[in-house]
Design a protein around this ligand. Structure first.
Ligand SMILES: Nc1ncnc2c1ncn2[C@@H]1O[C@H](COP(=O)(O)OP(=O)(O)OP(=O)(O)O)[C@@H](O)[C@H]1O
Ligand SMILES: [Mg+2]
Length: 160
């Protein structure tokens, strides 16, 4: 989250507002289409459960390695035991851009009963570039910026 604030501060003008938690209340007094909350890394289960109760949708990002898949399946089970997974979606990200590891991970997670977005976000250097300049991935100077942006648009279409 600190990183988000730094990106936004360093960055070119973003077409959305980035606020710290203590500024969220004031920001939400203005008309708002979407509120996107970036949690800390690996939040405690109780925080995640609270998020599934307070928000319309909670995305659980996962990579494609076996340990990541295993811990995502375990987390899903914990969320289901603690409440509900109705508002939870898994997103496979940082998938190798060549081959089908991303789709395989998605299908394996589905096979285990998790709800997983169709879109798989590929591991592309354009995202690193975007983070460096604090801008949108569609605008960075990178031959694959368009592909990176299209993955993000895929996610956006599925969650809106
Ligand atoms: N799909 C991707 N392909 C390549 N690089 C990526 C991708 N997603 C994220 N990155 C890079 O990894 C960095 C960290 O990404 P991100 O902030 O999404 O991860 P995180 O798990 O939330 O990290 P943190 O624990 O620091 O919050 C980004 O700055 C970006 O450079
Ligand atoms: Mg993070």
């Amino acid at each position: 989250m600190q990183t988000c604030l730094e990106w936004a501060a360093a960055g070119q003008t973003l077409p959305f507002q980035v606020v710290a938690p203590d500024g969220a209340q004031t920001a939400l007094e203005r008309p708002t289409d979407y509120l996107l909350v970036d949690s800390e890394g690996r939040p405690p289960l109780s925080d995640l459960v609270a998020m599934t109760q307070a928000l319309d949708l909670v995305l659980l990002p996962t990579g494609t390695t076996r340990p990541e898949i295993v811990s995502t399946i375990r987390l899903w089970g914990e969320l289901r035991a603690a409440g509900t997974t109705d508002r939870v979606r898994v997103l496979v990200t940082r998938a190798a851009p060549v081959g089908h590891a991303g789709r395989d991970a998605r299908d394996a997670l589905r096979g285990a009963g998790l709800t997983v977005l169709d879109t798989v976000v590929r591991r592309l250097a354009a995202y690193e570039r975007a983070a460096e300049v604090g801008g949108l991935v569609r605008d960075v100077q990178d031959p694959r910026a368009g592909e990176a942006w299209s993955d993000i648009q895929g996610v956006a279409r599925e969650v809106k």
